[in-house]
Design a protein around this ligand. Structure first.
Ligand SMILES: NC(=O)c1ccc[n+]([C@@H]2O[C@H](COP(=O)([O-])OP(=O)(O)OC[C@H]3O[C@@H](n4cnc5c(N)ncnc54)[C@H](OP(=O)(O)O)[C@@H]3O)[C@@H](O)[C@H]2O)c1
Length: 249
């Protein structure tokens, strides 16, 4: 079986590992986004089955629409699996709301919520072509659970980052519900899930102990995605497939 994947935010870390793992299967076509030519070249050197699109999550929506037009030619039978991975945090994310630099909110929400909203909307016509069960996965985080605490009694923490992942969860559930109500079969039977990759050894998790290699997290997440059916749409999973609540408050 040949599958077409679109990985948004793939230059390094978890996104790069997705492209590395997926492109190792020669029948897969992996379309990956990056922000600069150098990263795009690095991704394309992974295999002839890797194609790239340049886009920044802070670009206006019109730029997403223009950049994603190439999917018409690259993916004539549609994108089978859309994985939105791009995201940012900040070095002072775990400080209290009074110590945290509140000016960070604008950028973090813009990249982590506006980015996936624009990417999904622009990719939509190219996902829902062809046949099969179309899958949409947003890389979220358990720190987006309402009531999540740094340590028991340690406060909610993760300020704009946590809030952005809670908002991403909202977006994912909204998409799952909209699609389930569609009168187009391909859309109605699609799957949208939120996925926490676990603690992964990337630039974002520098300084955290016990992080797993990106390829390990990605292999587990791909197994979760492949097992999902339309009945799972709207669910939030950990990388090992454990169901996650949206709120633990
Ligand atoms: N690492 C963890 O333990 C962990 C845990 C839970 C959730 N996550 C989530 O997993 C995802 C990937 O994180 P990571 O750990 O791999 O982080 P990372 O190593 O810092 O990589 C972040 C990725 O997002 C891209 N990105 C950042 N800002 C962007 C923008 N404005 N436009 C387009 N792309 C942008 C980066 O591209 P550039 O190279 O161009 O900056 C890079 O490819 C994120 O959504 C993160 O919230 C990570």
């Amino acid at each position: 079986m040949s599958f077409t994947y679109l990985v948004v935010g793939a230059s390094r870390g978890i996104g790069y590992a997705y492209v590395k793992v997926l492109s190792a299967v020669p029948t897969n076509l992996v379309i990956a986004t990056a922000r600069d030519h150098q990263s795009a070249k690095k991704l394309e050197s992974l295999g002839s089955n890797v194609k790239t699109i340049l886009i920044d999550m802070q670009d206006p929506y019109a730029k997403f629409e223009a950049a994603f037009k190439v999917l018409d030619t690259l993916a004539p039978n549609g994108v089978d699996v859309f994985i939105h991975n791009a995201g940012i945090s900040s070095s002072d994310a775990s400080k209290s709301s009074l110590e945290f630099d509140a000016d960070q909110y604008q950028k973090i929400l813009d990249v982590n919520v506006g980015g996936p909203a624009k990417a999904y909307k622009a990719a939509y016509p190219y996902i829902f072509k062809g046949k099969g069960t179309k899958k949409i996965a947003f890389v979220s985080s358990t720190v987006g659970q309402v009531g999540w605490e740094v340590s028991p009694g340690g406060g909610q923490g993760f300020n704009a980052y946590g809030a952005s992942k809670a908002a991403l969860n909202h977006l994912g559930v909204q998409i799952a519900k909209e699609n389930a109500g569609s009168d187009v079969d391909l859309v109605k039977h699609s799957v949208t899930v939120l996925l926490c990759p676990g603690l992964v050894a990337t630039d974002m998790a520098k300084g955290f102990e016990g992080a797993m290699p990106p390829e390990v997290s990605v292999a587990a997440s791909l197994a979760v995605i492949s097992k999902t059916t339309a009945a799972d749409s709207g669910k939030f999973y950990g990388h090992s497939g454990e169901s996650q609540p949206y709120s633990i408050f």
